[in-house]
Each structure stands twice: as C-alpha cells, then as structure tokens.
Design a protein around this ligand. Structure first.
Ligand SMILES: NC(=O)c1ccc[n+]([C@@H]2O[C@H](COP(=O)([O-])OP(=O)(O)OC[C@H]3O[C@@H](n4cnc5c(N)ncnc54)[C@H](O)[C@@H]3O)[C@@H](O)[C@H]2O)c1
Ligand SMILES: CC(C)[C@H](C(=O)O)[C@@H](O)C(=O)O
Ligand SMILES: [Mg+2]
Length: 372
C-alpha cells in the first residue's frame, strides 16, 4: 500500500518518540513491501520559534495532502506561566484538530501483564482491564468563546455542544461497543451542566438504534473514582472533550505509565495518530522518554488502513520488548534500562528478523541507572 504520512514531531520529547514511530513504520514498509513516504512539518513551540505561528499554513497544507498524520507532542515551558504570552504552542494542536475536523479521539487502555506491578493500583483490581475512551475532540469548553476583562480581574470560557457534535462521536462509540463487550458508559456532569444534559438526552435517544448495547451513565466526579476502584467495569467510555482529556491521563495510571497510551483521532478531512502524553520537557534530548505510546499509535495508523497483520507485528514486537525488559526507566524494573532509541531499534529489528534480534538480545546496550 502507498501511504503519505505527515510527521509532526513537535516539541520536548516529541521528536525523540516520533523518530521511533517512523523507524518502526519503515521496518513494516520493508518487511511487507509497502511504500510509505514521510514528510516532516513544524508545529507547536518549534513552529512558533521558526515561523511565529504554532501551525504554519504549510504544515496544514501538508496534513491536508497526506493520508495520515503521526504526531509527537507539543508544549514548551518557555511559554508557560506567562499570562501575557499572546500565543501558545498548544494552539497549534487545537487549531489542527479543528481545521481537520478531528472530532473523535479514541484512547484505548490495556494492561500489559508483565507491567502489572508498575501500577500503583493492586493487581487484583486492574488485571484484565481493557477499555476504550471515545473523547469528543473539537467542541466543548476548549472551543467556546473566551474572554478576559480589560482589568484582567475576570475571565470566562464557554462550553457549547450541538446535537450534531454529540451524535457523530456517539455513533462511533456505540459501534465500537457493539463489536466489543456491548457496554457503553456516558460520563458527564448532567446534575449541573446544560451541555451534559444534552449529551444524556442524545445518548438515550441514539441507544434505541443499538439495542444490544447496555448503556449506563456516570457523573464525572464519581467516574474519576470508579476508573481507579473498579476499572474492569468499563468497556467503552464516551465523554466530552475536557472530561476525556482528564480521565484518560488518570486512566493511564492503571497501565503503569502514560508513556504506553496511544490514540487515534478520526476526522472529516484526515486522521491523526498520537501518544496521549505531552512534551515531557524535563526529559527533552535525554533519550529516556518511553516511545511505546507513539509506536502503538503507529500500529493504530496501520489498523486504520486495514493493515491488521502489520499492526499485529508492531504489537507483538512491543510485547517482546516488554518481556525482555528492553524498556525505558518509567516501566523498567531491572537495574538496566533501554534508551528511547534502543527500544525503537529493538522493535524494528524484531519486525524484520525476530530470530536474529532475540539471538543477540544479551548484547543490546543498556543504561545503568533508573532515574526518571
Ligand atoms: N498532545 C500533546 O501534545 C500534549 C499532551 C499533554 C500535554 N502537553 C503539553 O506538554 C507540556 C508538559 O505537560 P505536562 O507535564 O502536564 O504533561 P506530560 O504528559 O508532558 O508529562 C506528565 C508526566 O507524564 C510522564 N510522561 C509523559 N510522557 C512520558 C513518556 N513518553 N515516557 C515516560 N513518562 C512520560 C512523566 O512522568 C511526566 O512528568 C505542556 O506544555 C503541555 O501543554 C501536550
Ligand atoms: C496539549 C493539550 C491541548 C491537549 C488537550 O488538552 O487536548 C493534551 O492534553 C492532549 O491530551 O492531547
Ligand atoms: Mg491531555
């Protein structure tokens, strides 16, 4: 298959983890005789420094002319805690989502058996947890009208949703539930918010079209607790933009590291694949950030194009890297950890020739300290 992939590496650890995603996709390209082209574009703080805007026109153009986007992360502390900063790197990602109409963000959570002990939550609580969050991505408080008063003493953000915005992501979540364990949980704040009441009304209405799916409703405060106390209760979670952002970072704790959580964003004009984590500025350039979330996002990209065998090849290689402790310090419990690039190399080589890399596994160069 021919695929044009736009690579927006972004800031902080974004370029390091994205490089591993590309490396792994190149291994797939070679092994399975595909034709992938990778074109890099600027976004976030790096685009702000180079072009004065966090999403240059040429980057948007590149995305519109590509089949898919592999995204790293954006955000730079130099723009943080400065209320006077007129424009922030994050706006690049928000604008990209809006311009491409990326309305459904899908964040699966899976527990890797060998990493269960890395979670702060008891094994008996999280074992076999497997749920998927459908986060609405182009509406809600992120995109409502904002203002700050002239004297700077008051500010407002507005939360809006339309039936159309709710229905399109809800249909996707219902269809996913239908193909899984047939349970959908809408997480909202319908005891307080008008927008949440609209979400409930629409989901109740749409549920009639999916009689095999059992639907339940949870207030977000209660859900934040239940996700930790009883994560196995969930199958498909459907929620709005802000709640989805917060709950998915919270849920990542179950897996042991946010560096494991991948995502797909489906839209009107494109599809984008990205780790759910941020630019992890403290680790920038240290070759220590976990690249698995990005590598698993690359697997989601292949799944999107129905390259299931190829996606499985990545997922199997990721499992092998975990089994052999070729992992970054956040998920490594041995005295020797692997650097970001080593993880990417192991996974790529495993895809190309698993026997050979496993034969040489003892010789892989590993680091000594586990400080992250
Ligand atoms: N999609 C994105 O690009 C995105 C997402 C979240 C935050 N951000 C931005 O990133 C910057 C930093 O934000 P933050 O510190 O709140 O969130 P962050 O996700 O960058 O980091 C939070 C914590 O998660 C862990 N972590 C994150 N990525 C990891 C990885 N690859 N491997 C191992 N551990 C990892 C670290 O413990 C880190 O301290 C901010 O500018 C923020 O706006 C961007
Ligand atoms: C960086 C920020 C705008 C973004 C969000 O809030 O959506 C991030 O936290 C995410 O989860 O992708
Ligand atoms: Mg987030």
């Amino acid at each position: 298959m021919k695929l044009k992939i736009a690579v927006l590496a972004g800031d902080g650890v974004g370029p390091e983890v994205c490089e591993q995603g590309v490396k792994v996709l190149k291994a797939i390209e070679k092994k399975y005789n595909h034709e992938f082209t990778f074109t890099h574009g600027l976004v976030g703080g790096s685009a702000l420094s180079a072009k004065g805007v966090p999403l240059p026109d040429e980057t948007l153009e590149l995305c519109l002319n590509s089949d898919a986007i592999l995204f790293g992360a954006i955000g730079d502390p130099k723009y943080e805690n400065s209320p006077d900063a007129k424009i922030r790197p994050e706006e690049g990602l928000l604008k990209l989502r809006k311009e491409l109409g990326l309305y459904a963000n899908i964040r699966p959570l899976k527990v890797f058996e060998p990493l269960i002990h890395k979670s702060p939550i008891k094994e008996k609580v999280i074992k076999n947890t497997d749920f998927i969050i459908f986060r609405e991505l182009t509406g809600g408080i992120y995109y409502g009208e904002k203002s700050t008063s002239a004297d700077g003493k008051s500010a407002s953000d507005t939360c809006n949703y339309t039936e159309h915005e709710i229905d399109r992501v809800a249909h996707m979540a219902f269809k996913s539930a239908k193909s899984r364990r047939k349970k959908l949980t809408l997480i909202d704040k319908a005891n307080v918010l008008e927008t949440s009441r609209l979400w409930r009304k629409r989901v109740k209405e749409l549920a009639k079209q999916y009689p095999e799916v059992v639907v339940d409703y949870l207030y977000v405060d209660n859900a934040a607790m239940k996700i930790i106390v009883n994560p196995r209760k969930f199958d498909v979670i459907l929620t709005e933009n802000l709640f989805g952002d917060i709950l998915s970072d919270e849920a990542s704790v179950i897996s042991g590291s946010i560096g494991l959580l991948a995502s797909t964003s489906i839209g009107e004009k494109s599809v984008l694949f990205e780790p759910i984590h941020g630019s992890f500025p403290r680790m920038k350039g240290k070759n220590l950030a976990n690249p698995l979330a990005t590598i698993l996002s690359a697997a989601m990209l292949l799944e999107h194009f129905k390259l299931y065998e190829e996606a499985d090849a990545i997922k199997n290689a990721v499992e092998k890297s975990i089994e052999h402790h070729i992992t970054t310090p956040d998920i490594n419990s041995t005295k020797k950890f692997a650097h970001t690039s080593t993880v990417g190399e192991f996974i790529s080589e495993y895809i190309i020739d698993k026997k050979n890399i496993l034969y040489h596994v003892e010789n892989i160069s590993l680091g000594q300290s586990t400080i992250i």
